[in-house]
Design a protein around this ligand. Structure first.
Ligand code: ZN
Length: 112
């Protein structure tokens, strides 16, 4: 758990700088049923699904944090064109698509 916290904090700081977000953002790890991650736009809290994140998988962790912070930056929960443009400008489309596929696989593994 220590290793993953350190990684989360590192990626969080990088993402905040990248997006120009000055607000305090808190990241919590908790088990969730259907989502890989979520964000509270008002409170600035990012929730990561404990069952999905893997301390060894920085690409996935990075994707989830950048995804949720893109919602926060745009103050929108929707996956609009602007949303994907912003996200892909930061992490690249290919890496994002690979991470999304990984998430789907992880959910399948958990359910089996
Ligand atoms: Zn989203």
């Amino acid at each position: 758990m220590q290793i993953i916290r350190a990684k989360i904090n590192e990626i969080l700081e990088e993402a905040k700088k990248d997006y120009g977000i000055g607000d305090k953002i808190k990241v919590v790890l908790k088990p969730m049923k259907v989502k890989a991650a979520s964000v509270s736009l008002k409170k600035g809290i990012v929730r990561l699904n404990k069952n999905i994140v893997d301390p060894e998988d920085d690409v996935l962790l990075r994707y989830l944090i950048y995804h949720e912070l893109a919602h926060y930056k745009l103050k929108s929960k929707y996956h609009t064109r602007d949303f994907y443009e912003l996200l892909y400008s930061k992490i690249g489309r290919e890496q994002a698509v690979a991470a999304e596929e990984k998430i789907i696989r992880r959910f399948t593994e958990i359910r089996d």
